[in-house]
Write a protein that binds this ligand. Structure first.
Ligand SMILES: [Cu+2]
Length: 160
């Protein structure tokens, strides 16, 4: 029994992840199997505008960077807290800024698209249980290829 325990301990020690691998006799490294795609989309600077408790909707802002070789096409957004979210653009019409639903927003390779006050934004509508006045809201962008980019957007006011 004692011998078995000792052998087992030796085997386990040999399997320690930090044990140095022999460099001379090691087989050639196999191609990495499931490495996440390098250069995936990067979301930064996300936030959701703080609104009074009675408000029925608010807006979300963020930057989306596409370091990949193919265009990134955003076709919508989702949140567990809102029944309906649309991508809106802002257009000037007769001197008045009006929001317009955007079917899609493309981020070209190497480009960054900015959702910001006075421009593109996520229109967060039909809150299921009111709009949080603080904390953060879980959101995801829905891409044309069916992928979802999840992110969390703190509730607050513009920095400036
Ligand atoms: Cu809007």
């Amino acid at each position: 029994m004692r011998l078995t325990v000792l052998v087992l301990a030796a085997l386990l020690a040999g399997c320690a992840p930090d044990s140095p691998a022999p460099t001379v006799s090691a087989p050639a490294a196999a191609p990495p199997a499931a490495v996440p795609a390098a250069g995936g989309p990067v979301i930064s600077g996300a936030w959701v505008r703080q609104v009074p408790p009675a408000a029925r909707m608010t807006a979300g802002y963020l930057r989306v960077h596409n370091p990949g070789p193919a265009p990134l096409v955003i076709v919508g957004a989702e949140s567990p807290l809102f029944a309906n979210i649309e991508v809106h653009g802002t257009v000037m019409s007769d001197g008045v800024a009006r929001m317009r639903h955007q079917e899609s927003v493309a981020v070209a390779p190497g480009e960054t698209v900015v959702f910001e006050p006075g421009g593109l934004h996520l229109m967060l509508m039909q809150p299921k249980n009111g709009i949080p006045g603080s904390g953060a809201i879980d959101l995801s962008l829905v891409l044309e290829d069916g992928r979802r980019l999840e992110f969390s957007a703190p509730v607050g006011q513009p920095a400036d």
